[in-house]
Design a protein around this ligand. Sequence first.
Ligand code: NAP
Length: 286
Amino acid sequence: MSLKSFLQSTYAEHLHIVLFGNPVQHSLSPLMHNTAARHHGIDIRYHPVQLQKNELPLIADFLKNDKLKGVNLTIPYKHDFLRFASNLDVVSKKIKAVNGLVKSDQGWKGYNTDVYGFKKPLEAYNAQLKGKKAIVFGSGGAAKAITFALTNLNLEEIIVVSRGPDNVDEKIKQLADHIVSYKVWSNYSSNTALYVNATPLGMKPHLDKSPVHDTEKKYLENSICYDLIYNPSTTKFLAQADRAGAQCMNGLDMLIYQGSKLFELWTDKSFPYSIVKEKLNTTFDG
Ligand code: NAP
């Protein structure tokens, strides 16, 4: 729904949380948060709103509504909404991106829980990663959060692979040890324990694509391959990794964990992880 439709609806008169992004129509976050709220019997609804950049000047007023309990942000607004936060948590201050706003005594506080969401499913592998390299494909918003998360995992080196290494975001340049092109990434594969796909390759409309060429899949052997994409649940990258004997993870847990932290901040209730995960899995299975 558009911002205009939302404002003309009765939704804004009830307790609500809004996801701003563009596009937002395929997001699983409404199902996730509405399931969690229903589980606790909280009378609060989570609505996705497709926001246009030229509507940003309307947001300061939008945030004054007492019935608004929280804001969630996705592409392309994680940077734009920094201006609406009166203070920031440590992570969003470091990476200059927020994925959530939470009401506080000082106004709206900005949070970045993508870093937590990415790291949490990796906890089981921390020992395997220590002293090894990680290679991240892509250098967008998610890659920035991930590169930051990886700096806390005692890795030997972090390598970011980009189609245009010279044009990569300054923050990523500061955090990564090397920014390299697709032509040379395999030169860094020795002692690499983790490969992360942080590109859209593998999701619609790039379903048959992967950042790794079929002739390169041997480099994934015995590693952990983490695709941030969760729909489809097995991307081409993960299929290649599986064939190479790697351990595979998709992005569903990252999505759930980044959302769980925000849900708890917005509502002061514990996040019902198993119930939400089952609901999302059932939805995928059709
Ligand atoms: P983004 O800001 O658009 O960045 C994606 C990056 O991928 C770009 O900066 C680009 O890096 C690279 N890329 C884009 N198109 C490409 C192409 N055709 N071929 C090769 N590389 C390409 O997106 P994002 O927010 O970082 O998201 C990246 C992926 O992570 C998406 O699939 C998104 O759905 C997923 N994600 C998942 C979660 C989760 O909770 N599971 C959270 C956030 C994002 P270069 O220009 O440097 O090559």
